[in-house]
Design a protein around this ligand. Structure first.
Ligand code: LMR
Length: 393
């Protein structure tokens, strides 16, 4: 029966990882997959993670199953980290998932289970895997305007106009902070207008927050998600610990559901059921480390300090890149790079130009011209700036 299988379209982001590895040139710059790299090009294990792992190795006495929704202490700690005091704990159902992608997948399945006719509105553009999973599940997807090619900022009027066409039973997927792939984000007043629009239409917001702490700070990056959770009757949140705890391969994420009109036991039980159907128990190791760090003052302070170093280094790389481009191009047209936030910025050029930069200069960025700013360092910024200007972007 397997002879009927056909080749799957490779994931554009992951394909780039392999192409970079296969490139024999010494001078090459990987701005593909969203992974933080320090000045030496390494993706370090964070200090607090190492310390927590050491402690866990000493203290852990069993590897038996935890629970279908993961350890409740992980849910408590993550709900507090993401939602702060915006909503009472008992109004949020939650389940640990394999990474943020696992949470996204579970959320989409929950949407389908709740309303087989749901349409999911996603930003144009969005993380390609959102589209891929939605299409795999056969969920109708509608694009709403988001990125303005001219300004490299948000086409806010277009976005609001498109969101006005949503209705109850629809879901609107929003990036909580650090929009992937563009780096262009809503201001808080704009978020309030989005919330008001969705309250008017009755559509349900779903927030994917994968980069908390990478934009303007831990609380600042969660402000929009908190504003949503505080006022809407229903919402879904998919949160990832991959980036802000640097535990990519541990697959640590959480899905949260606010469902005011739904019995609490049913809400929580449904999340556990969905986990059971898809993978049974969620991975525990990363979740346990995160819980230890968030509940220990010293570990938490060290984690926050290191995360802040990462955030500030990305900001300074953005500023350096904008400055070097300004010098080379003699114009401010790349100033948006310093305004964008998070790991990514969309340069706003054609796939042909992206290919040319790869072939001529060894610069690896995603075909839509998404650059992983966290893949740069002070030495590679000038190489990138040269490539952008010499290629005529
Ligand atoms: C990215 O967008 O590069 C990350 O979210 C990693 C991934 O899985 O695509």
């Amino acid at each position: 029966m397997f002879e009927h299988l056909s080749a799957q379209k490779p994931d554009a982001i992951l394909q780039l990882v392999q192409m970079y590895r296969d490139d024999p040139r010494d001078q090459k710059v990987d701005l593909g997959v969203g992974v933080y790299k320090d000045a030496t090009g390494n993706t370090p294990v964070m200090r607090a993670i190492k310390a927590a792992e050491q402690h866990l190795w000493q203290a852990e006495t069993t590897k038996t199953y935890v629970g279908l929704a993961g350890d409740p202490a992980f849910s408590d700690a993550m709900i507090k980290l993401v939602l702060g005091d915006s909503i009472a704990r008992d109004k949020v159902a939650a389940a640990a998932t394999p990474g943020g992608t696992g949470a996204v997948r579970q959320a989409f399945e929950l949407i389908q289970m709740s309303n087989p006719n749901a349409r999911v509105f996603v930003s144009n553009p969005t993380w390609p895997n959102h589209l891929s999973i939605l299409s795999y599940l056969g969920i109708e997807t509608v694009l709403y305007r988001y990125f303005d090619d001219a300004t490299r900022g948000v086409d806010f009027d277009g976005m609001i106009e498109d969101l006005k066409s949503t209705k109850p039973g629809d879901v609107v997927l929003l990036h909580g902070c650090c929009h992937n792939p563009t780096g262009a984000n809503l201001t808080m007043p704009q978020w309030h207008e989005v919330i008001k629009t969705l309250q008017d239409t009755g559509a349900t917001p779903m927030i994917d927050i994968a980069y908390q702490g990478f934009g303007d700070g831990l609380d600042e990056d969660a402000a929009a998600t908190r504003a949503v959770a505080a006022v809407v009757p229903e919402c879904l949140i998919a949160a990832s610990c991959s980036k802000n705890f640097g535990i990519y391969r541990e697959r640590t994420g959480i899905m949260m559901m606010v469902a005011n009109g739904t019995d609490k036991g049913i809400a929580q039980g449904t999340l556990a059921f969905l986990n059971r159907q898809n993978f049974s128990f969620p991975p525990d190791h990363g979740a346990r480390l995160v819980t230890m760090i968030l509940n220990d003052d010293a570990l938490r302070a060290d984690w926050q300090a290191e995360l802040e170093e990462v955030r500030l280094s990305m900001l300074s790389l953005r500023e350096q890149l904008a400055r070097e481009l300004q010098q080379r191009a003699g114009s401010d047209r790349f100033g948006f790079l310093a305004q964008h936030r998070g790991m990514f910025s969309r340069l706003g050029t054609t796939p042909e130009m992206v290919k040319k930069m790869r072939e001529d200069h060894g610069i690896y960025m995603v075909g839509d011209s998404r650059m992983n700013i966290a893949g740069l360092n002070a030495q590679t910024v000038p190489i990138l700036a040269d490539a952008i200007v010499q290629s005529g972007v």
